[in-house]
Design a protein around this ligand. Structure first.
Ligand SMILES: *[C@@H]1O[C@H](CO)[C@@H](O)[C@H](O)[C@H]1NC(C)=O
Ligand SMILES: *[C@@H]1O[C@H](CO)[C@@H](O)[C@H](O)[C@H]1NC(C)=O
Length: 521
């Protein structure tokens, strides 16, 4: 019988320290590129080399972008209706808050003051009005420009206009809308300061800039992308800087100091071939991603019709695991139930948004052309997310051996399926295997499996405040100590390598099951 297993959570239940989910800590800015990567399978030693550090993107951005479905066929009506739909469908509540307008919003020429202007036919009310509309709904607005002479659709680009354009993007605020009476008084009182606030957009303005790579005059991207970073910074408004250089000059190596994300590949298209190829290309740069700066394998195609339901589930699962920006690329005003089910899977979203921020990667391959694959990545709570991905043309059994996940084979884990939303097995040792359909099958095709081992208890809500990210902690050898048998009921914690078992039990509110287990040993 075929399994329709897609994503699972494995949960650790061994008492002995087993998982070295932790990687060599990287003091930001001090790492040098030549340092050999650690042999840890979840190596992230290249992360944080050159952090932009504008406070954004602690987890990958989530939202929507107009390009994949609408391309140039956009208007203020489409954008407003999309804002309405993001809220009405519950997507906004799940974290999809960036509403990003891609190419084609602007008129074909700058105005007489050399400013970018919205296309008067499609955006007659202007972007400022849209920004108000979007912000009023609790969403954030993204805009698009190009680090070249023209955008890809041959509209004005921003090279050599970085400061003016950044100011313009940040200035799209309707002050009167925000604070009508208060602002009149404020401006009477502080005069020019007040006007600065308004025009520099401290109060509102855009929240995200996608910066493309067309008509780039052959200038090195390392020269073309910094001016816009500086211009955005100078506006005083924190704006997510999404570098869209298509991976041409390996931006993972240099874009971390420039942007909050950087495209690692050419554009995705709505096909299995494109999606799988892009996943593989993006995988190469896993060690460079982390909170503040992410590899970007391009927007989601889920819901656009070119892949099967199962293929879209695989697409969404792998993008989540790879800590890719989750930017929906379909028409959210008219999603099918299946599309909505995929993009609203809270457990899969939680993998993407996990505060540990380590990009999952391909850890094991077998079969013809390596088409049977295991992808995995560590999460907080001493869990490991695992995807069993059948990219072959026939159903097959895929085995995730603990060794491939960086676990001792004696480690006992429980497994949860994040698509079925059920616990599959407990106290599993050595490996987990599942029958996974081929992607071309009509029903349960190319099912990735995502498994996690429970890592750290969430007691005291300390995850948000204290260092949520043990991988980046500066202290000694952290490891898993106490186990859990299900994700939600029991907890595990990360302890210092020298801690005694007693100490572990004393400080860890481990469950009675855990204590029994330990006293029996
Ligand atoms: C501007 O850059 C500085 C230095 O990196 C940073 O501390 C600050 O938060 C940035 N400001 C904005 C608005 O991005
Ligand atoms: C989509 O991408 C794949 C892989 O790069 C490519 O083979 C195919 O021609 C592309 N399809 C379209 C319509 O561009």
């Amino acid at each position: 019988m075929e399994s329709s297993m897609c994503i699972l959570i494995l949960c650790l239940s061994a008492i002995t320290p087993v998982i070295r989910a932790r990687v060599v800590p990287v003091p930001p800015l001090l790492q040098n590129y030549e340092k050999p990567s650690s042999n840890n399978i979840f190596d992230n030693s290249m992360y944080g080399l050159l952090q932009l550090n504008n406070g954004l993107a602690r987890t990958p951005p989530m939202g929507w972008n107009s390009w994949n479905f609408f391309a140039c066929d956009i208007s203020e009506t489409v954008i407003k209706e999309t804002a309405d739909a993001l809220v009405a469908t519950g997507l906004a509540d799940l974290g999809y808050v960036y509403l990003n307008i891609d190419d084609c919003w602007s008129a074909s020429e700058r105005n007489s003051q050399d400013e970018l202007v919205p296309n008067p036919k499609t955006f007659p009310s202007g972007i400022k009005a849209l920004a108000d509309y979007v912000h009023e709904k609790g969403l954030k607005l993204g805009i698009y420009s190009d680090a070249g002479r023209f955008t890809c659709q041959v509209l004005p680009g921003s090279i050599y206009h970085e400061n003016d354009d950044a100011k313009l993007f940040a200035s799209w605020v309707s002050l009167w809308y925000m604070y009508p009476i208060y602002n009149i008084l404020l401006c009477l009182d502080v005069g020019i300061e007040c006007m600065n606030l308004i025009f520099h957009g401290v109060i509102q303005g855009v929240d995200f800039l996608k910066y493309d790579n067309c008509y780039n005059l052959g200038i090195n991207p390392k020269e073309r992308y910094p001016p816009m970073r500086d211009a955005l910074n100078a506006t005083g408004r924190t704006i997510f800087y999404s570098i869209c250089e298509w991976g041409v000059d390996d931006p993972a190596l240099w874009a971390g100091e420039l942007g909050n994300s950087w495209r690692t590949t050419d554009d995705i298209n709505d096909s299995w071939a494109s999606m799988t190829m892009i996943a593989d290309l993006n995988d190469k740069w896993a060690a460079y991603a982390g909170p503040g700066g992410w590899n970007d394998p391009d927007m989601l195609e889920v819901g656009n019709g070119g892949m099967t339901y199962q293929e879209y589930r695989a697409h969404f699962s792998i993008w989540a695991l790879m800590k890719a920006p989750l930017l929906i690329g379909c028409d959210v005003r008219s999603m099918t139930a299946e599309t909505l089910e995929i993009v609203t899977n809270k457990e899969v979203i939680a993998v993407n948004q996990d505060p540990l921020g380590v990009q999952g990667r391909k850890v094991y391959v077998s079969g013809t052309d390596d088409c049977l694959q295991v992808w995995a990545g560590p999460l907080t709570g001493h869990r490991i997310a695992v995807v069993l991905w059948n990219r072959c043309s026939k159903a097959a059994t895929i085995t995730a051996a603990w060794g491939a996940l960086g676990l001792e084979s004696s480690t006992s884990v429980s497994v949860r399926d994040l698509w079925k939303h059920e616990d599959v097995v407990t106290d599993k040792v050595a490996s987990f295997r599942a029958r996974v359909d081929a992607h071309s099958c009509d029903s349960a095709g190319s099912e990735p499996l995502l498994a996690t081992t429970k890592e750290e208890s969430t007691d005291g809500g300390s995850e948000g405040s204290k260092n949520p990210n043990p991988i980046f902690s500066e202290t000694g050898d952290d490891f898993w100590a106490c186990g859990a048998s299900t994700v939600d009921l029991l907890g595990c914690r990360l302890f210092d390598g020298m801690a005694s078992l007693e100490k572990i039990l004393e400080v860890n509110p481990c469950s009675s099951a855990c204590k029994e287990f330990s006293s029996a040993n």
